[in-house]
Design a protein around this ligand. Structure first.
Ligand SMILES: Nc1nc2c(ncn2[C@@H]2O[C@H](COP(=O)(O)OP(=O)(O)OP(=O)(O)O)[C@@H](O)[C@H]2O)c(=O)[nH]1
Ligand SMILES: [Mg+2]
Length: 327
């Protein structure tokens, strides 16, 4: 089975392109709105059903050769189950993903996995250009919040977006210094706040002047009521979009409990980090599933210049089932 992506101004146009090129049997694997560009639909088709397949084409319109087909849908579900077991995904989640994949009538494990993940999880890449609400990163100590802010601010500066960075990590020794090292390099002033009221005031000042404001928060213990009250006051002090910075590789139950605690404060998107350091990604699926978190962008390296990567179903599938050429 092969995949093809179509980009058009509207969903109807993109669907027409899918139908024209692949016929009525095409399976829609994913749909994404791309700001300024339109809609991108990725569709797949069993080779038996399609016109002659050829590898090649332009970058935007390319057949991608994925892993081999297997005998039948049961074999697909088995392969997906094996992969998820290796990633320490809880049994219930495995059943959910495997049965969704089974219902698709697809015989290529990677495609089935991708379509199942697209169907079951939400993906909301962090806006890269244009004006968005201030972005606040929250999470447990050491999860990768400050590095994520440094990556986001760097990407914004490279894209000519006028950015400002605020830190509320002002109590801990070295908290300010760490983010300041990045903002200095980028030539951005660092604004320090201690209290929610100060954040509100500063945001009122900065929002008109800057296209995007990023807010770095101190590490929070989600099981400590005092910590959570502190964070809750910051989140509700102004119209900000909070993102949970969630490190990959931790136990599924633990990851789900952490995500659920932050979800209570209205956090519903997450930035998985340390994807390069983790061998088991079950925790991320549990956090997404149990706390209703969308996947935003992910961090794969400790190098600021490498930035964050927006996560979609295909990308998530790559993490679980690397393509043969990546192995
Ligand atoms: N390899 C790798 N290292 C990472 C990644 N994200 C963060 N780190 C490293 O993890 C450590 C902690 O990252 P920080 O960004 O300081 O984490 P934090 O959440 O701001 O920590 P606190 O402010 O202390 O709560 C640093 O050494 C980072 O370089 C990642 O995706 N990959
Ligand atoms: Mg930090």
């Amino acid at each position: 089975m092969r995949l093809k992506s179509f980009t058009a101004k509207t969903m109807t146009e993109a669907m027409d392109m899918v139908r024209e090129s692949l016929g009525e049997d095409a399976i829609i694997v994913s749909t994404h709105e791309e700001k300024g560009k339109g809609v991108r639909v990725t569709a797949a088709l069993e080779p038996d059903n399609g016109p002659g397949f050829e590898i090649g084409g332009s970058a935007e319109d390319q057949w991608l050769q994925y892993d081999e087909e297997v005998d039948d849908e049961d074999a697909v579900a088995e392969e997906i189950t094996d992969v998820l077991l290796r990633h320490a995904v809880p049994a219930e989640t495995i059943d959910m993903i495997a049965s969704t994949a089974l219902g698709l009538g697809v015989t290529t494990p990677r495609i089935a996995m991708m379509a199942a993940l697209e169907h079951l999880y939400n993906f909301e890449p962090i806006p890269q250009k244009g004006k968005a609400k201030p972005i606040m990163v929250v999470g447990t100590p050491g999860a990768g919040k400050t590095l994520a802010i440094a990556k986001l601010a760097t990407r914004a500066v490279v894209n000519d977006v006028n950015v400002s960075v605020i830190t509320a990590d002002t109590k801990r020794a070295g908290g300010v210094g760490q983010i300041e090292a990045f903002t200095k390099l980028l030539g951005i002033d660092l604004v320090k706040v201690r209290k929610p009221e100060e954040l509100k005031e500063k945001l009122a000042e900065l929002t008109g002047k800057f296209d995007q404001v990023y807010i770095d928060m101190p590490g929070i213990n989600p099981f400590d009521a005092e910590d959570m009250r502190f964070l809750g006051r910051f989140i509700s002090s102004a119209a900000v979009t909070p993102y949970l910075v969630a490190q990959a590789g931790i136990d599924s139950d633990e990851a789900a409990d952490i995500a659920k605690a932050f979800a209570v404060l209205g956090v519903d998107k997450m930035i998985p980090t340390r994807l390069d350091l983790a061998r088991r990604l079950g925790g991320l699926l549990s956090a997404a599933h149990e706390a209703g978190m969308s996947f935003a962008d992910g961090s794969h390296t400790e190098a600021v210049a490498d930035g964050l990567t927006s996560i979609n179903a295909e990308h998530l599938t790559d993490l679980f089932m690397p393509k043969a050429s990546d192995k």
